[in-house]
Design a protein around this ligand. Structure first.
Ligand code: SAH
Length: 215
């Protein structure tokens, strides 16, 4: 399989026709090797138009959804961004191509180990990942210009709003455990302005200000 060709086809066929216009986002998608972020048995599907299992019951999101969420952050380059839900590290890598610093929190240590090793091997250096409950954000590096939550939440975790800069954007799937609405929350002083983007389906955000873990 020619991965470079598959990557161009993904950008041309899945992102551009659906309204991904940000040059920064498109360039990042052209450069990050998605096939390095999937399990070996899914290599042939690495650039396909759907999510794929990554182990621990989690998934690498569909390329278009990663692009849309990144575009919704309205990045210009040079920012400091927080990601909640590292998973495969694919979105982390996309963000690291665009901004200055990426901080990412993942609840499964096994996924952190794999994502971190893979990102280092690929030469990304402007990211830091930790194991933890991302519904509490990552206070130490706050405030953030943008925050992206890559798991579905019942509501916006209050710590994430606190750790967002004034004028910053938080992109988060909000709703039920099995389907959500991708939502952008912009912080304007004491006000939060929310915009609903589209329906989506994410694995649940499990934590203090998310869903509780199932037995
Ligand atoms: N951006 C990732 C998406 C992975 S799926 C990718 O494209 O590969 C969402 C991830 O969120 C899962 O790995 C899940 O374990 C993680 N997650 C769920 N609740 C979390 C929480 N409270 N804190 C940190 N990570 C969480």
């Amino acid at each position: 399989m020619d991965f470079a060709e598959a990557r161009s086809a993904m950008v041309e066929g899945q992102l551009l026709p659906r309204g991904i216009r940000s040059g920064l986002v498109i360039d990042a998608f052209k450069s990050v090797p998605r096939h390095d972020f999937v399990l070996p048995k899914y290599l042939d599907d690495a650039y396909s138009d759907y999510p794929l299992p990554i182990g621990s019951g989690q998934a690498i999101s569909q390329p278009y959804m990663v692009a849309l969420m990144t575009q919704c952050l309205a990045l210009k380059g040079g920012e400091r961004v927080l990601e909640v839900g590292t998973g495969s590290g694919y979105q982390t890598a996309i963000l690291s191509r665009i901004v200055k610093e990426v901080y990412s929190v993942e609840r499964f240590a096994s996924l952190v180990t794999v994502a971190e090793a893979r990102m280092k091997r690929l030469g990304y250096a402007n990211f830091t990942i930790k194991v933890g409950d991302g519904t509490m954000g990552w206070e130490e590096h706050a405030p953030y210009d943008g925050i992206v939550v890559t798991a579905g939440a019942p509501g916006i975790p209050s710590d994430l709003l606190k750790q967002l800069k004034d004028g910053g954007r938080l992109v988060i799937p909000l709703g039920g455990e099995f389907s959500q609405v991708l939502t952008v929350a912009e912080k304007r002083g004491a006000d939060i302005e929310t915009t609903e983007i589209c329906k989506c389906v994410f694995v649940p955000l499990v934590g203090k200000e998310g869903w509780s873990e199932r037995a």
